[in-house]
Design a protein around this ligand. Structure first.
Ligand code: HEM
Length: 204
């Protein structure tokens, strides 16, 4: 794909699209259209968008390996950073609206409610990945960067577990996300030889 089209045309469009769910949530909050329990709606939506974008960022490399396309790799960082952005919003909604910024109550939840413990661990793993996503950090860390960024699989696994654990009735939605993560992990395994010959070496 043409570099200038990507930088000046598509990149800002993708940026706006990734920001759209947050903008719609803010508009819904201000107009009072988020339903009877707006805090719950904000928590669900921000949590779901964090998870969706995390999985989308993990889908980039397998997509590149299977198709041979090089251009999707350029969206990986943006998808990962937006996943972290929605995770930050999710945590902020929880701490500010659900727990009224009572940090002792937040800590108590983290220690005593296993699904929150797991969510907090996923968040803690995502933070250093977001902090080291700059080109400078990639250069500075060298091969250690790739090792560090393997933690994204653990973070995604914990995020899915967090979702599975909190659902009380219909397990199907979190199981669908678990299935997608499992497929994405399987696709990271070495490809059969004929595919490897056809597609050549993969990066990431
Ligand atoms: C300190 C970190 C976190 C805290 C305190 C937290 C807390 C919560 C809470 C209180 C809920 C709603 C539970 C309910 O409805 O009973 C929730 C739901 C959810 N969270 Fe988190 N969470 C955290 C991190 C994360 C992260 C890192 C992700 C994803 C990357 C995530 C994804 C989700 C999802 C997908 C849901 C369910 C949405 C739905 O019900 O449709 N959470 N979280």
């Amino acid at each position: 794909m043409d570099d200038r089209l990507l930088r000046y045309g598509l990149k800002p469009v993708v940026f706006m699209l990734l920001l759209l769910p947050a903008a719609l949530l803010l508009a819904g909050l201000l107009r009072g259209t988020l339903g009877a329990d707006p805090v719950a709606a904000l928590l669900w939506q921000t949590g779901l968008w964090a998870l969706r974008l995390l999985l989308a960022s993990l889908a980039v490399t397998p997509l590149q390996r299977l198709t041979g396309w090089r251009w999707p790799i350029r969206w990986r960082r943006q998808l990962g950073l937006f996943a972290f952005f929605y995770a930050c919003l999710h945590l902020a909604v929880y701490a500010v609206f659900d727990r009224s910024l009572d940090l002792a109550a937040v800590w108590e939840d983290i220690v005593e409610r296993p699904f929150i413990t797991v969510g907090a661990l996923a968040f803690l793993l995502l933070a250093p990945l977001a902090a080291t996503s700059t080109r400078g950090a990639v250069r500075r860390l060298g091969p250690r960067w790739q090792q560090l960024h393997r933690l994204v699989y653990l973070a995604a696994g914990l995020a899915v577990l967090h979702y599975l654990w909190l659902v009380k009735a219909d397990l199907r939605p979190p199981l669908i996300y678990a299935g997608i993560l499992a497929v994405l992990l399987l696709l990271r395994l070495p490809l059969p030889l004929p595919w490897r010959r056809r597609l050549g070496p993969a990066s990431g």
